[in-house]
Design a protein around this ligand. Structure first.
Ligand code: ATP
Ligand code: MG
Length: 258
């Protein structure tokens, strides 16, 4: 079982879109996947059609842990129409994040909760909120890998550089954590800026940059409105092709990292 956080502090980078569609692609390749929505915005839950906030969700279980009781993520897992397993989120998670600050072992709570799933999945993908607060730190402390989706523009690149500083600090809490790589999203080959950022990123981070780019594709946004992943919405779209390619490269990188 590998736990992968999809994280970057910049909003609208494609974290949620990548979590859903990478998970769906890996699921199609026969992998057992759990998606964890660790963002109080609950975009992932919504985009997978989990619209009526379930009575039990990541917040209810985290609250139990905060109170010193035992949370159980197994009980909150929802299976979507397309067969993906999801731990849904809730807006109340924002409050729990504040409470976490004063809890003993506050950075490790997700680790304890996920450990109880003892190897039932090949991959657990955690969709993080766009900030490096207690929720993202908990996700990173529980993870072996971090995957960073970003738009190929100048500001996100600045964000990546500042993130590398946090990354070093988080490694002090979890020395197993490795940067799996950067994925460029909403990519347009015709834009000089996009090609330029790709080459700058490659010069700076080498093999950490995925060769697969996720092209700008409206079908990805539409599939979220429809409450499903891109493969069940439009399997011939660029979005589906790109996420299938990303899943292959993801598996290669995981095997190489051993
Ligand atoms: N490749 C793409 N082509 C077109 N639209 C996309 C693509 N990737 C993401 N989007 C759209 O861009 C918006 C932001 O994407 P997404 O929600 O995945 O980003 P995020 O990093 O999770 O945002 P947040 O930081 O708010 O959690 C969404 O409306 C999504 O549908
Ligand atoms: Mg998101």
């Amino acid at each position: 079982m590998s736990i992968v956080s999809i994280a970057i502090q910049k909003g609208g980078s494609g974290k949620t879109t990548t979590s859903i569609n990478l998970a769906a692609a890996l699921h199609q390749q026969g992998k057992k996947i759990l998606l964890v929505d660790a963002d109080p915005q609950a975009s992932l839950s919504e985009a997978l059609g989990i619209t009526n906030e379930p009575e039990k969700n990541i917040f209810t279980e985290l609250s139990k842990e905060i109170k010193g009781e035992n949370g159980n993520l197994k009980e909150v897992i929802v299976e979507t129409k397309s067969g993906l397993h999801v731990v849904p989120s809730s807006i109340e998670l924002a409050g729990a994040e504040l409470e976490l600050v004063s809890v003993y072992g506050r950075e490790q709570v997700f680790t304890w909760m996920l450990e109880k799933l003892n190897n039932e999945y090949d991959f657990i993908l955690i969709d993080c909120p766009p900030a490096i607060g207690m929720l993202t730190v908990n996700a990173l402390v529980a993870s072996q890998y971090i995957l960073m989706p970003m738009q190929a523009e100048f500001l996100p690149l600045k964000g990546v550089r500042s993130f590398m500083h946090h990354f070093k600090n988080i490694k002090k809490l979890n020395n197993k954590l490795e940067l799996l790589g950067f994925v460029l999203t909403r990519y347009d080959e015709r834009k000089i800026m996009n090609r330029h950022i790709f080459s700058v990123l490659e010069q700076e981070f080498g093999e950490k940059v995925f060769h697969t780019h996720i092209r700008n594709n409206i079908q990805l946004a539409k599939s979220q409105e429809a409450g499903t992943d891109i493969f069940h919405f439009d399997k011939n779209s660029h979005g589906a092709q790109d996420y299938e390619a990303l899943a292959k490269e993801f598996m290669q990188k995981i095997s190489a990292a051993g």
